[in-house]
Write a protein that binds this ligand. Structure first.
Ligand code: KIV
Length: 280
């Protein structure tokens, strides 16, 4: 198999308006290895608070946990650009905090870029992180770290005022130096307008087909989720939870009736050494 070139931030930026960008989340080595060659970016999202940890929202995820998961993903990725989320509480207090958190993600976890949520209020942090040589992906629309303020996971930008606020915020994060922008759960026509109004690529999730790329939570698009209510924008490309249930069911049956392990899965070689005699 031909070795693919590593995707870098300038490659992502160049793709705007030319070739769609493909991003999926990954939280561990095994999944990242499976996805790496076929995507442009792997996002170590703080959605791991729900997907991996089983919480209702992402607010409890710590920077240490993000570093832990991002380290595994970076170790697996040979092709995709690894983007790591800055979790709630690791950048909201100010630009200095934000830079310190971003540096940990790069130095300890090996990510190629960080992502943070918000518009105007995080522009100073974006600029400070970018100034230090760390690429930043912004995130607007449904920003799960504002779970309480937004009143849950709701579609954003539905009225004119909110839509204009999002357009202004997109231009502000671009000016601050973000290299790309996630647009989550906003009407498709608004995402199209934002995409046309900025020079950086937009990555949509529940934001229609006119963004410069798309991202989904890998566990959701692979049909692994069996506990959370699915967002309308998710498409299950397969139903791994059913395959897993079938496999575990068969394994349990075989163990219970003594059919597993069979000869093929046992070590049947003669013992070559005498058991050690116990001392008298
Ligand atoms: O945390 C995450 O997985 C995300 C994506 C849903 C964009 O931010």
């Amino acid at each position: 198999m031909q070795k693919q070139k590593r995707v870098m931030v300038p490659d992502v930026v160049k793709r705007k308006g030319t070739e769609k960008l493909v991003m999926l989340t990954a939280y561990d080595f095994t999944m990242a290895r499976l996805l790496d060659e076929q995507v442009d970016m792997l996002l170590v999202g703080d959605s791991l608070g729900c997907v991996v940890q089983g919480n209702d929202n992402t607010l409890g995820v710590t920077l240490d946990q993000m570093v832990y998961h991002a380290t595994m993903v970076s170790r697996a990725a040979r092709h995709a650009l690894v983007v790591g989320d800055l979790p709630f509480g690791s950048y909201q207090a100010g630009a200095e905090d934000a830079l310190r958190s971003a540096m940990r993600m790069v130095k300890e976890a090996g990510v190629g870029a960080v992502k943070l949520e918000g518009g105007g209020r995080v522009c100073e942090s974006i600029a400070t992180i970018v100034e230090a040589g760390i690429p930043v992906m912004a995130h607007l629309g449904l920003t799960p770290q504002s779970f309480h303020a937004l009143g849950g996971n709701r579609v954003q930008g539905k009225n004119l005022e909110d839509a204009q606020r999002l357009i202004d915020a997109a231009q502000a994060v671009e000016r601050a130096g973000a290299f790309a922008l996630v647009l989550e759960a906003i009407p498709a026509p608004l995402a199209r307008e934002i995409t046309a109004s900025v020079a950086i690529p937009t990555i949509g999730i529940g934001a229609g087909a006119d963004c410069d790329g798309q991202v989904l939570v890998a566990n959701d698009m692979l049909g692994l989720n069996s506990s959370r209510a699915p967002m309308q924008f998710n498409k299950e490309y397969c139903v791994l939870r059913d395959m897993i249930a079938g496999a575990v069911n068969q394994y349990a049956k075989e163990v219970r009736k003594g059919a597993f392990p069979d000869a093929e899965h046992s070590y049947l070689a003669e013992r070559t050494r005498q058991p050690r005699l116990s001392r008298i």
